[in-house]
Ligand binder design. Structure first.
Ligand SMILES: [Fe+2]
Length: 254
């Protein structure tokens, strides 16, 4: 299994605090059945900057350590890039990179809103031959209130990634319910861990896939796993036509 979103690199962001923690996370990933992890440290989120050459260097070092430790896990480079105006220019300049050097770019919005320029920038990214993947839309409060925002971006061609812990209910019942609404409406294309540590924000991939299998069957599980494989190989992913989430209307006496 491939995990496309993980903060496993040591001392680069709010993920693994030191190399020992990275090694512990790697062992836990293997126990989950993960064989390839995309290291996606935060980039340009106002707190952390991890330029592409630095990510490559840190990824190579971690792979050497995992080899020495005999842990059967491969780490490939990536970034979780906060959407910002100069993203495309920085990508062309080599300061940003795609997941495993592919054309798939993991982007995140601020947690409480979707920038007004998102639609335009995502369009420009696609025109430049890139495939934007929106990280954890289920955790964005503006999307939760107005899922049409995500529908429009997916309709436009963006993909989206659910966080495994959202499906298992670790972030609460509301986020869990919304995650299933997104799954039901073909608005998400990947499930990844976004693991930061083993205590508070761990992998939960097996548990999440068990829930997806229970609700939607084994084919749905295979769909998400296959899509992650496609990203690593830089091939086209499978997409079902997205549907609008119908929000319940409240009828009052007004
Ligand atoms: Fe993340």
């Amino acid at each position: 299994m491939i995990d496309l979103h993980c903060h496993i690199l040591p001392e680069v962001d709010d993920g693994a605090k030191h190399l020992t923690e990275s090694i512990e996370m790697a062992r836990a990933a293997v126990r989950q059945g993960i064989s390839v992890i995309t290291a996606t440290p935060h980039h340009k989120n106002g707190k952390f900057d991890n330029e592409w050459s630095f990510v490559i260097e840190k990824t190579e070092k971690l792979n050497e350590t995992l080899k020495q430790e005999g842990i059967p896990l491969t780490v490939v480079p990536g970034q979780e890039i906060r959407l910002y105006g100069e993203l495309l220019e920085d990508f062309s300049a080599g300061n940003c990179g795609g997941l495993n050097q592919s054309n798939y770019i993991l982007i995140e919005f601020p947690s409480n809103h979707v920038p007004r320029y998102a639609e335009r920038l995502i369009f420009d990214m696609m025109m430049a031959g890139l495939n934007p993947i929106i990280a954890h839309p289920e955790r964005n409060s503006e999307i939760a209130q107005n899922p049409d925002l995500l529908y429009k971006l997916v309709k436009q061609g963006a993909a989206a990634q659910l966080t495994a812990a959202s499906i298992t209910g670790t972030f609460g019942s509301k986020i869990k319910k919304f995650s299933f609404e997104l799954l039901n409406s073909n608005l998400v294309h990947f499930i990844a861990s976004d693991a930061h540590d083993l205590k508070y924000r761990s992998f939960h991939m097996q548990e999440a896939f068990a829930e997806v299998e229970e609700q939607f069957g084994i084919d749905a599980v295979e769909y998400f796993k296959e899509n992650a494989d496609c990203v690593i190989r830089n091939e086209a992913i499978y997409k079902e036509p997205p549907e609008r989430i119908k929000k319940k209307k409240f009828f009052g006496i007004f």
